[in-house]
Design a protein around this ligand. Structure first.
Ligand code: IDP
Ligand code: MG
Length: 140
């Protein structure tokens, strides 16, 4: 069993897609282990995405992530990190619509920046991201 962090980003939350996104993961067999609605402060968003600090899109990414509420969740399942990444699709929602039309980023995202859903991309990032968002008392 493996755990991964998923975040419904501000664009998808604003569209009212949160329920559909959660339902997709539940119907794919993942178990919900934590769930929270909140807004990132700029400092928290910078720390959450610290690995991207030197990238050209970093400030755009941070501005986007603080632009409205997000919904974070911990999902558990076999091979969860890889399988959840497959369900969300490629980073660029336009590419996702071409190569993975039923993926969440194809369905709910706009482009490379506004792509509806975050998911941990490795065991190392899940181990950083899950305790960044959730305390032990907020998980089952
Ligand atoms: P990932 O979310 O698919 O793992 P990363 O390369 O880790 O993609 O980038 C993190 C996030 O940064 C993306 O989900 C997206 O929101 C944003 N991002 C990535 N590349 C660009 C870009 O070229 N322009 C604007 N935002 C970007
Ligand atoms: Mg990534």
């Amino acid at each position: 069993m493996e755990r991964t962090l998923v975040v419904v980003k501000p664009d998808a939350f604003e569209k009212g897609a949160t329920g559909k996104i959660i339902d997709r993961f539940l119907s794919e067999g993942f178990r919900l282990r934590a769930l929270k609605l909140f807004e990132f402060t700029r400092e928290q968003a910078e720390e959450f995405y610290a690995v991207h600090r030197e990238r050209s899109f970093f400030s755009e990414l941070v501005e986007f992530m603080v632009s409205g509420p997000v919904v974070a969740m911990v999902l558990e399942g076999e091979d969860a990190i890889r399988r959840v990444r497959e369900i969300i699709g490629p980073t660029d929602s336009e590419e996702a619509r071409r190569v993975a039309p039923s993926s969440l980023r194809a369905l709910f995202g706009t482009d490379k920046g506004r792509n509806a859903v975050h998911a941990s991309d490795s065991k190392e990032s899940a181990d950083y991201e899950i305790p960044f968002i959730f305390s032990q008392l907020e998980m089952v």
